[in-house]
Design a protein around this ligand. Structure first.
Ligand SMILES: O=C(O)[C@@H](O)[C@H](O)[C@H](O)C(=O)CO
Length: 436
């Protein structure tokens, strides 16, 4: 184990520095405010789970929207771990990294789990191109897809019985869609290795290709993973875009049995080429699919959450300072259509009653923070209210009055927030445990 040397200013002496988690089942507790870690720790401790935690986890996108920086995210988590006298291993996820500067800033702050996001180089329209369009576009990416002929005409039979046929159109589509993205991911992974090795620090890499409109096919997964591994990427987990809808802040939308079959196939690729873990992004509240994920991967999974801890922070406001919560709902509605960009959500403002039309505070909480146990009196269970609040997190947290007011509410009711999170994530962890 490379001794981790992270800056004293972010490490409380008794708390172990973040380290590699390897292939252990793991769970990311993203915290957009910096006050959620006590509740996350309580959830892990109460559950007695063997699932390894990542407490410091934020994407560059989240940090940008909340005006936080990597050292602040690390400091908030480590200080909470110190306060809880945490002595076990834990990871730290620098999420959705796109540039060498993203790597440098997060590595310097002590992160050890680096999630590479090459989505800016993925041709999202590739799934709709005709063969003729693919052939034409392939000429522009041929140099990035030197692997093309290695797969031509080949097929692979997975341990699940599924067969992957690398026919020419499949290869053309994979090359046009991911050719440049694979190259860019390998380049960033090499930079991560250089930075961390030079500093004598641990590191492990996740590759995220989950933020695409269409699911990642088995052929695409196979090519992406094999090329990255051949290039020496220290791949501990990969996040494909799974079938169904994995939207922010709400449960899985789709046929869970079909998803489980697909997960078995993706897990078979990870086992054959790696092994590495399958990673579930937007993992918040996806309770209905958790047992399937744990079963299909035989425990080789990573689940990443963040939005749900923010929504549960708003639950504290809803309970303790309902007028503040009402204002946050109003402001979130004002911001939603702008802030929803880059997020996969279905909610439309018109489908959710405005706060002014929900006179009772309980109704307001039921509509905007509905969860699996919400008793709905004809309000409809669309979870759309959750998505409106979820996407506007940055606007609210950086609002000159609402942001400080929400933080003040949470620091005035720390036990309320911790208890709500402990219960909420207790359900998440026990759902995963069912499949282990
Ligand atoms: O909002 C974000 O940028 C993060 O929450 C990001 O989406 C993360 O990878 C995630 O999926 C957490 O659920």
């Amino acid at each position: 184990m490379i001794e981790n040397k992270i800056r004293k200013s972010t490490v409380t002496s008794s708390v172990p520095a973040p380290s590699e988690l390897g292939l252990a089942p793991s769970f990311g507790f993203g915290d957009r405010i910096g006050l959620a870690t006590p509740g996350h720790i309580a959830a892990v401790r109460n559950s007695g789970t063997q699932i390894a935690p990542i407490f410091a986890q934020q994407s560059i996108r989240e940090m940008t929207r909340t005006s936080r920086d990597p050292r602040g995210v690390m400091g908030d988590a480590m200080n909470a771990l110190g306060g809880a006298k945490w002595e076990s291993s834990h990871g730290a996820d620098a999420d959705h990294l796109k540039t060498p500067d993203d790597v440098n800033r997060t590595a310097e702050a002590g992160f050890t789990f680096f999630t590479i996001d090459p989505s800016d180089h993925v041709d999202q329209k590739a799934d709709d191109y005709s063969e003729a369009q693919l052939r034409e576009l392939f000429e522009q990416v041929r140099d990035s897809a030197e692997w093309f002929d290695d797969y031509r005409g080949k097929s692979v039979k997975l341990s699940t019985g599924a067969e992957i046929n690398f026919d020419e159109v499949t290869l053309l589509r994979a090359a046009v869609k991911y050719g440049v993205a694979i190259r860019e991911a390998i380049t960033l992974a090499n930079h991560i290795r250089h930075v961390q090795t030079e500093a004598g620090r641990d590191f492990e890499i996740e590759l995220s290709v989950d933020e695409t409109d269409q699911p990642t096919t088995l052929a695409e997964h196979y090519i992406i993973a094999e090329q990255c591994l051949k290039a020496g990427m220290k791949l501990v987990s990969l996040a494909p875009r799974f079938i169904g809808e994995l939207e922010k802040g709400v449960d899985y939308i789709g046929d869970v049995a079909a998803l489980e079959a697909s997960l078995h196939d993706h897990a078979a690729i990870a086992e054959e080429l790696g092994p590495y873990k399958l990673s579930l992004h937007s993992g918040s509240d996806k309770i209905s699919m958790y047992p399937a994920l744990a079963r299909a991967t035989r425990g080789r999974f990573h689940v990443k959450t963040a939005g749900t801890s923010y929504l549960e922070a708003l639950r504290v406001a809803a309970v303790c300072e309902p007028e503040l919560f009402r204002e946050i709902c109003d402001y979130s509605r004002q911001r939603y259509n702008t802030d929803r960009a880059t997020y996969h959500v279905h909610a439309e403002l018109e489908t959710v009653p405005a706060p002014a039309d929900l006179s009772s505070d309980q109704q307001l909480q039921d509509v905007y923070l509905e969860r699996w146990e919400t008793v709905r009196d004809g309000l409809g269970f669309t979870e759309a209210g959750r998505q409106i609040l979820h996407c506007a997190f940055g606007s609210v947290l950086t609002h000159d009055r609402l942001g400080p007011a929400l933080r003040s509410c949470l620091t005035s009711h720390p036990d309320a927030y911790s208890d709500i999170l402990a219960e909420h994530f207790g359900r998440h962890l026990s759902a995963l445990q069912q499949g282990l």
